[in-house]
Design a protein around this ligand. Structure first.
Ligand code: F6R
Length: 610
């Protein structure tokens, strides 16, 4: 989704801003722009397509981009097509105010009409330009005051950074609903939508809160509410280093992150397994442990891959902790007027911690009196700050647009939560120890699967020209089937459907034609025999079966065209293994079809608009 980077300090801003934009490329974008305020006034270049296009224009423009204050933006179109005129930054109609924005100004139509009646003109179709013109209209020699006044008129979501030709030493930022971090260096500040554009310069930062405005000059920070009440920012240390956000020899971030999973899961599990006592230690839940143990119902919510992890969580919570659990798309939960009763706990699952729908669902749940938990990767993110308690994934930055290591981190975190609750409810020490023994072995078992990457690649390439695929699984691996289908469609653009294996007979079986690839998650488990029967149904209609099966299963070889093996594991933990070949299949299919895996069509890494 759109990325913001802004700078005020003593270094040449243009180079730093372009470098920042490159770090934000992973978020997904369709156009980019840079503006610098220097001796020549405001210099601005924008271009459709890659950051490299705007970089070339800034380089060609030369000296007019000399200056130590500026803004840059990667745009992911919401209002108005992908055109240069719609790119950010936007200026007001006097070219004095220059602004970048993430989010959506919902009442931009009414504001635009009001501004037009006052004689203002517009150059683009965007909601953002309306905000720039509004700030210009309200400007009376104090940029911060004009921004505060303008934001009082605005409904919607925003993270903005603004400069003004008359104030060459001031950068003003504000936020409501879209993330914004302020990195604090010595005599310089880097403002960005996420830490990856900041950590090369400083690891000291603070997150701006909703309805807060921050005025940065080269030697001071002043944070206030839009009503001008002073606010003291809470500084934090950014826990990210440059190495973590670089490719490190891998061809793509997605490849890196799939292969990082043994290590990222070790980090998720580290210090949380207490085998002596046969229990899980989750510091982030302890303050609410008794409330959690007495909970009558859990609702697990999220979007996309995070929802698939939540679906596995539902099986884990009900089977291991024996607590009623529901899952729901955050986007639906929010608007459904859900029933939240005494003893309801709502847990938001999110890698970024910034997904607008998930954040809104959590706020709705809290307003209705639920205890709010977060299962989040990004420390200090909006969702993590909204929750009463939670568990961090600790899988490190996920740059690949298609979520991989965050998914296994989410499933591992939910497994630990289920054991944490189960042990306090009715799991015996022995049952718990047995599960912990198996959990500890997961990273090593994933290493074994990654060791067979060449086989997975070879099998995938056999089917890569097929345009329709099915992914089928049962029980714990029904959500895994959904995740396998999502991964394939996201980056290879192959049409794929995932569903419970038994559901196929109720309609989708009509789609099966000669040679259609059907991926079965057919590891040994409670429903293994039933899965075999479903495989027969597909085979008899000409489908080509690719089975994800348990090592040592020879029976399956006579039923499937291709078998990809995963090590044996207790069933509740099996999705942590069975998903890995599916992630690799999606990756190899996309590469074979010539797609840029890290910049998939139309996708944004963090969806910060509803
Ligand atoms: C799929 C994917 C998305 C995200 C979803 C939620 O590969 O990445 O489906 O899982 O947008 O994002 P987070 O977890 O950041 O809330």
């Amino acid at each position: 989704m759109c990325g913001i980077v802004a700078y005020i300090g003593t270094k040449p801003a243009a180079d730093l801003l372009v470098e920042g934009l490159k770090r934000l490329e992973y978020r997904g974008y369709d156009s980019a722009g840079v503006a610098v305020l220097g001796d020549h006034g405001i210099a601005m270049e924008r271009a459709v397509g890659r950051v490299a296009n705007v970089e070339a224009r800034v380089d060609a423009a030369g000296d007019i981009f000399r200056g130590t204050l500026g803004l840059a933006h990667t745009r992911w179109a919401t209002h108005g097509g992908v055109t240069e005129a719609n790119c950010h930054p936007h200026t007001d109609d006097r070219n004095d105010i220059c602004l970048i924005h993430n989010g959506i100004i919902e009442n931009y139509g009414a504001l635009r009409t009001w501004l037009q009646e006052r004689g203002h003109t517009f150059k683009s179709e965007t909601d953002t330009e309306v905000l720039a013109v509004l700030i210009g209209e309200l400007y009376e020699g104090d940029l911060e005051a004009a921004v505060q006044a303008a934001l009082k008129e605005v409904t919607g979501a925003y993270a903005i950074a603004v400069i003004c030709a008359q104030e060459p030493d001031t950068l003003v930022c504000a936020r409501k609903g879209s993330p914004l971090l302020i990195g604090v260096g010595s005599g310089e500040y880097v403002v960005a939508s996420d830490a990856s554009a900041i950590v090369a310069h400083t690891t000291q930062a603070f997150a701006l809160d909703d309805y807060n405005v921050c005025k940065l000059t080269r030697d001071a920070i002043q944070t206030s509410t839009i009503d001008n009440q002073a606010v003291t920012p809470k500084m934090m240390q950014l826990e990210m280093d440059l190495e973590q956000i670089e490719l490190g020899g891998h061809p793509h971030y997605m490849h890196k992150e799939i292969f990082e999973q043994p290590e990222s899961l070790r980090m998720t599990l580290r210090g949380r397994i207490d085998k002596n006592e046969g229990r899980i230690v989750l510091g982030g839940l302890l303050s609410h442990a008794s409330q959690l143990v007495r909970a009558r119902k859990f609702i697990l919510t999220g979007q996309g891959t995070a929802l698939h992890a939540a679906m596995i969580g539902e099986y884990l919570f009900e089977n291991l902790a024996k607590v009623p659990t529901e899952i729901e798309y955050a986007s639906e939960f929010r608007y459904r007027n859900p029933i939240v009763e005494e003893g309801t706990v709502v847990a938001a699952i999110s890698q970024s911690g910034e997904t607008a729908d998930t954040l809104a669902a959590l706020t709705e749940a809290k307003d209705k009196g639920a205890l709010a938990l977060g299962v989040v990767n990004v420390v200090g993110s909006s969702i993590s700050r909204e929750t009463d308690a939670g568990v961090y994934l600790r899988v490190g930055p996920e740059i690949g647009v298609a979520s991989t290591k965050a998914f296994t981190g989410q499933v591992a975190a939910l497994t630990m939560m289920a054991i944490f609750l189960g042990r306090r409810r009715l799991m015996s020490v022995e049952e718990c120890r047995a599960m912990l023994d198996e959990l500890e072995l997961v990273p090593e078992k994933i290493e074994r699967i990654l060791g067979s990457a060449d086989t997975i690649k070879r099998v995938t390439e056999k089917y890569v020209n097929q345009e329709n695929w099915l992914f089928l699984g049962r029980g714990y691996n029904y959500p895994t089937a959904l995740e396998g289908a999502l991964k394939l469609k996201e980056i290879s653009y192959i049409h794929a459907e995932g569903m419970p294996a038994a559901e196929m007979k109720h309609g989708p079986i009509a789609l099966i034609t000669e040679g259609m690839p059907v991926v079965f998650i057919a590891n040994r488990g409670a429903q293994y025999a039933k899965v075999l029967a479903n495989i027969e149904e597909v085979r008899s209609r000409g489908g080509h079966v690719i089975a994800i099966a348990t090592e040592g299963d020879t029976e399956i070889t006579s039923l499937a065209e291709d078998v990809l093996y995963v090590p044996d594991i207790t069933e509740p933990l099996s999705p942590l293994l069975t998903v890995v070949p599916l992630q690799l299949m999606a990756y190899y299919a996309a590469v074979a079809r010539g797609h840029d895996v890290d910049k998939p069509r139309n996708l944004a890494k963090s969806v910060t608009v509803e």
